[in-house]
Design a protein around this ligand. Structure first.
Ligand code: AMP
Ligand code: MG
Length: 491
């Protein structure tokens, strides 16, 4: 079978990747195939389906595949690791989608590569289903992300901390897999030709406008800063915590990548951490902008020789650009928060109004998603929704004062209550992948081979901004006994 693949990355110099074939699996079975995404990629889902298990397990290589594992480095929890690379992921090639955008087609869990170190090159079914579910939920929420095309079970078991687990391969689709850590790989080796070749690649694939800039490397840095500032603000507007914001898990394209121990928070607390390996809260909810900036500084370091041959001048120029990150991140977050509370206009006091609302949520341990969605209903003007919102907060909460100030502010905002409420509903999801639902769905699939809870949850999360009264139970935050406090990488 041919998939009409291109191979722009494989054409880069030898040090960029290893040519490696997927290791066949015992008994491939297609658990999930994303028909809408297949169609977006220009493939007929009906034609793809009969071959999906063979192709997306790596057992049958498409005739036009040129499979590679990409080299990269990265800072993991602040510590530099000069060589990471695709230890269990293999890029089959790139496919031009219906919009003319080149998309990487990568098998995750496809076997060992030169970069596997001690790992087995494999993936367990639970974490691959998790990535499929959350990445597709992010897509439906309107947040830039890698996508998931298929999950194929392998008929083999993998050994993990929790015992022998069913194995699987995920087919990941991405605007590219170039990471901050890919630049660091060449930067740390002082391989200027490598950095330059990678930069040229990134300009051609992602930032063609940087080509004509006076200093292309600086223009790319600026563009990545901008898209990452927007991305982190998007995460925060839905309460998403990535969990492992290592530099190898940050894309140059601005897509969310690597759904390991990520999670959505229920009650609002800026210090929320779920990842079992993030003991010091480095990647806590509210720390994400600061960490993104730290990661971007690592990108800037790798680019320095291309910014200016004179070291100090290069540092000065890069620092100036980096220092704009905070203002950009704040502006993106405030714009999203304004929209979430129903404002279409800008006033100086809005940031304070937003933070007072968030303080009410935090002090009252109120559910982040429910509160914003309830506020959208209050905007429509009736009394009942206001009472319903009030019920989310404890009796002593200062929320009534806040509501009064908010309502005064709305009077200076130029929309009808109906328009405002509708726009707020489009900005405040009713449904997020709540941890307790996700865990339950993964457990049913992984322990009992029952995909029904997973498919049901996936279906609901594909329309996060719709009311879906028949799925009301999925809006509910966890009861105390259902709460999931820790999430695991599962690698
Ligand atoms: P991650 O924590 O998933 O971002 O992965 C960090 C690094 O570990 C990457 O270089 C991965 O390719 C590698 N890795 C993770 N799991 C495995 C595995 N099971 N086998 C080989 N390499 C792995
Ligand atoms: Mg990773």
């Amino acid at each position: 079978m041919r998939l009409s693949l291109e191979h722009s990355y494989a054409a880069l110099p030898a040090g960029f990747c290893e040519r490696v074939r997927p290791t066949p699996v015992a008994l491939p079975g297609c658990a999930l195939l994303n028909g809408a995404l297949a169609a977006q990629l220009g493939w007929d889902p009906q034609v793809l389906e009969p071959a999906a298990a063979e192709i997306f397990s790596g057992n049958q290589l498409p005739e036009d595949a040129d499979p590679i594992a990409m080299a990269y480095a990265g800072h993991q929890f602040g510590n530099f690791v000069p060589q990471l690379g695709d230890g269990r992921a293999i890029l089959l090639g790139e496919r031009r989608d219906r919009d003319g955008v080149l998309r990487d087609i990568q098998l995750k869990g496809a076997g060992r590569t030169r970069f596997s170190r001690g790992g087995d090159g494999r993936a367990a079914l639970g974490p691959m289903l998790r990535e499929y579910l959350i990445s597709e939920a992010m897509q439906a929420l309107g947040i830039p992300t890698t996508r998931s095309l298929a999950v194929v079970t392998t008929g083999e078991r993998v050994l993990r901390d929790t015992g022998m687990l069913p194995g699987a391969v995920l087919t990941r689709v991405a605007a590219s897999h170039v990471r901050v850590g890919t630049f660091e790989f060449f930067g740390a080796r002082a391989d200027h030709d490598g950095v330059r070749a990678l930069l040229d690649y990134v300009i051609e694939r992602h930032y063609p406008a940087a080509c004509g800039a006076p200093v292309p490397a600086l223009a790319v840095l600026e563009a990545v800063i901008e898209c990452q500032a927007a991305l982190i603000a998007d995460w925060m507007r839905v309460g998403f915590i990535h969990g492992v914001m290592n530099t190898d898990n940050m894309t140059i394209s601005g897509e969310t990548i690597d759904y390991g121990p990520c999670a959505f928070m229920d009650t609002y607390d800026p210090k929320t951490v779920f990842s079992s390996i993030d003991r010091r809260g480095r990647y806590a909810y509210a720390n994400q902008p600061a960490i993104a900036k730290w990661n971007l500084a690592r990108l800037a370091e790798a680019l320095l020789p291309l910014i200016d041959p004179e070291g100090e001048r290069a540092v000065g120029l890069a620092t100036e650009v980096l220092n704009r990150f905070d203002a950009r991140a704040d502006a993106h977050l405030l714009a999203r928060m304004r929209r979430k509370i129903g404002l279409a206009s800008d006033e100086d006091g809005d940031a304070v109004l937003v933070s007072r609302w968030l303080v009410c949520l935090q002090e009252g341990t109120v559910d982040f998603t429910l509160a914003f969605r309830a506020l959208a209903a209050v905007s429509a003007g009736a009394d009942a929704p206001r009472e319903a919102l009030r019920q989310l907060f404890p009796a002593q909460s200062p929320i009534d004062n806040w509501l009064a100030d908010w309502q005064q502010r709305l009077q200076r905002d130029p929309r009808t209550p109906a328009d405002r409420s509708a726009d707020q509903r489009a900005a405040n999801p009713a449904f997020i992948p709540r941890n307790h639902r996700v865990e339950a769905a993964l457990q049913a699939a992984s322990d009992h081979g029952d995909l029904r809870p997973f498919t049901k949850l996936l279906g609901i999360l594909q329309h996060p901004y719709a009311d879906q009264p028949e799925a009301a139970e999925y809006q509910r935050p966890p009861e105390a006994a259902e709460r999931v406090l820790r999430t695991f990488c599962g690698t």
